[in-house]
Design a protein around this ligand. Structure first.
Ligand code: OAD
Length: 235
């Protein structure tokens, strides 16, 4: 039986692929107003601005590649039963070869209904190079929207994510400021006795969660240190 390795990732893991984070210097929410571009109210007020923002991010996804950190996590499937729980809406974990990826905040490569975001009949893959336009319709006839969880919206797969974290034999957190809830609360569900690592080049504003070993490095540098520490655990 392989050990269950659960990895919880945030924007920091994709930073070295060229996708900006949200809250660092030069972060997305320093340049753009999150409430205007990532909320239902913002979409109702100015749908064009919201679609422009997401269409640009969707197109950008075609121009970036998974980095060494994504690739190492995929490689770890040879030794561990790996589950990735990600807050990221990019598809870099999948493109690196990870097979079990749970997206908490949606996916840029999908669209859905603006009447009922969680209607399974309306959630569809949508080519990244095709912009979503005003007037494009979802299966239920409503305006098509990106399949993204906006501020104030329900994170529908938190229960599944919590179950994975509770069952973990090893838990790793990479590149998240741990300020957005409910996702950030996942760090509290890992069993007390298991090894827990957090890779981030910076100190977190809220401090290091209890029982975590801080690998103070970028994701790309930090995963090699992680692999070394995992090897030490097996000795
Ligand atoms: P943040 O931008 O809040 O945090 C990014 C974290 O990554 C910080 O702790 C940085 O120190 C760290 N970081 C920066 N560069 C890094 C690197 N090269 N390697 C590793 N870590 C690095 O991003 P998230 O915590 O992911 O939600 O943000 C959570 C949610 O807020 C996002 O999913 C998004 C946003 O609003 C939605 O879009 C719904």
């Amino acid at each position: 039986m392989q050990k269950k390795l659960v990895v919880f990732t945030g924007a920091g893991i994709s930073a070295e692929s060229g996708i900006p984070t949200f809250r660092d210097a030069n972060g997305m929410w320093g340049k753009y107003d999150a409430m205007k571009l990532a909320s239902v109210e913002g979409f109702e007020e100015d749908p064009q601005a919201v679609l422009d923002f997401y269409n640009a991010r969707r197109k950008n996804l075609l121009e970036v590649q998974p980095n060494h950190a994504h690739l190492v996590l995929a490689e770890l499937e040879k030794q561990y039963d790996v589950t990735i729980v990600t807050q990221n809406v990019d598809n870099l974990h999948e493109r690196a070869g990870s097979n079990k990826v749970l997206h908490l905040h949606g996916e840029l490569c999908k669209v859905t209904s603006s009447r009922n975001r969680l209607d399974p009949n309306c959630i569809k893959d949508y080519p990244l190079d095709v912009p979503i336009r005003i007037g494009d319709k979802a299966g239920d006839g409503s305006q098509l929207r990106p399949y993204i969880v906006w501020f104030g919206e329900y994170v529908d797969n938190m229960d599944e994510a919590t179950r994975f974290v509770k069952q973990a034999d090893i838990f790793v957190v990479i590149g998240t400021s741990l300020v957005v809830y409910p996702a950030a609360g996942l760090v509290n569900y890992a069993k007390q006795e298991i090894p827990k690592f957090l890779i981030d080049p910076n100190d977190l504003k809220g401090g290091l969660p209890m029982g975590y070993q801080h690998i103070k490095a970028t994701a790309v540098e930090g995963v090699d240190e992680l692999v070394w520490r995992l090897e030490e655990l097996e000795k």
